[in-house]
Design a protein around this ligand. Structure first.
Ligand SMILES: [Zn+2]
Ligand SMILES: [Zn+2]
Length: 266
């Protein structure tokens, strides 16, 4: 199934049709999401049931690990998902992201046609398991050096960030609605990520998928404004940098003729 009305190019349209033909017939988007969140919820349940009598400084693990995850997300997106590295596993991540996800969705058409298309956005469930396994050594070191509570809080934060990542990215590719338009942070990320899907910006701008903190700090945001303004920018286009090769588009903008997404003005 394809969207009835869309400003996408013929190239994007045929790529989407081709990709859908390759998806296994038994694929179910709802089941895919359910499996991811069931694994995440079960893991969180285990972590939380091991936490007891947290003292004030132990809570600091949450903001610190949150920031570390934000940088990890930025780094992975910029240096692995958009770089054809020789290492086979990492090369597969590049193929799935740059060659598939970015062709399936462009800034002129960011929407899923139906739940089958979720396959192109949510990672396979084993990615979450891998991410949990990757977090364990750091959590063990924190538990050993500081306290067991800190170790469990590290796990809680990394797994939660993964689930937030999947949710935020999903919100970028759904049909425009009141929630994604008005919910703070979600609306910011939706504009931020739509601009990233512009093929002339994707290699260098807007690498965060949750909150554009690392983009702000590393100078890779397409906005030229302070951290708080960047975080709560929403769909605003007033602060878009003027020194980019091309100006990004904004979600939800329709011309009077209907359907067509208008280019944003800086
Ligand atoms: Zn995307
Ligand atoms: Zn990308």
């Amino acid at each position: 199934m394809e969207l009835a009305q869309s400003p996408m190019s013929d190239r994007q349209r045929s790529y989407r049709a081709q990709y859908r033909e390759r998806i296994a017939g038994w694929y179910n988007g709802w089941l895919h999401v359910l499996v991811i969140y069931a694994i995440g919820a079960a893991a969180l349940y285990i972590y939380v049931s091991n936490i007891a009598d947290v003292v004030w400084w132990e809570w600091l693990a949450i903001p610190l690990v949150f920031l570390a995850c934000n940088f990890f997300e930025w780094f992975l997106h910029r240096h692995v998902m958009h770089r054809p590295l020789r290492f086979p596993g990492l090369r597969a991540i590049y193929t799935r992201h740059t060659l598939m996800h970015h062709q399936f969705f462009t800034d002129s058409e960011m929407r899923f046609a139906d739940s089958h298309d979720w396959r192109v956005t949510f990672f396979p469930p084993y990615a979450l398991v891998t991410f949990i396994l990757m977090s364990i050594p750091g959590a063990l070191v924190a538990a050993w050096l500081l306290s067991p509570n800190v170790g469990w809080l590290v796990m809680c934060t990394t797994t939660s960030m993964y689930m937030i990542y999947e949710f935020m990215h999903f919100c970028c590719h759904v049909e425009e609605n009141a929630f994604v338009r008005w919910c703070p942070l979600v609306n910011t990320n939706r504009r931020h990520h739509t601009a990233h899907h512009d093929q002339s910006l994707m290699m260098e701008r807007n690498m965060n998928l949750t909150f554009p903190i690392a983009d702000w700090l590393m100078g890779t945001s397409d906005l030229d404004r302070g951290l708080i303004g960047t975080l709560f920018n929403g769909y605003g286009t007033r602060h878009i940098r003027k020194d980019m090769r091309k100006t990004s588009r904004t979600p939800g903008r329709k011309t009077a003729s209907g359907g067509k997404v208008a280019g944003a003005t800086a």
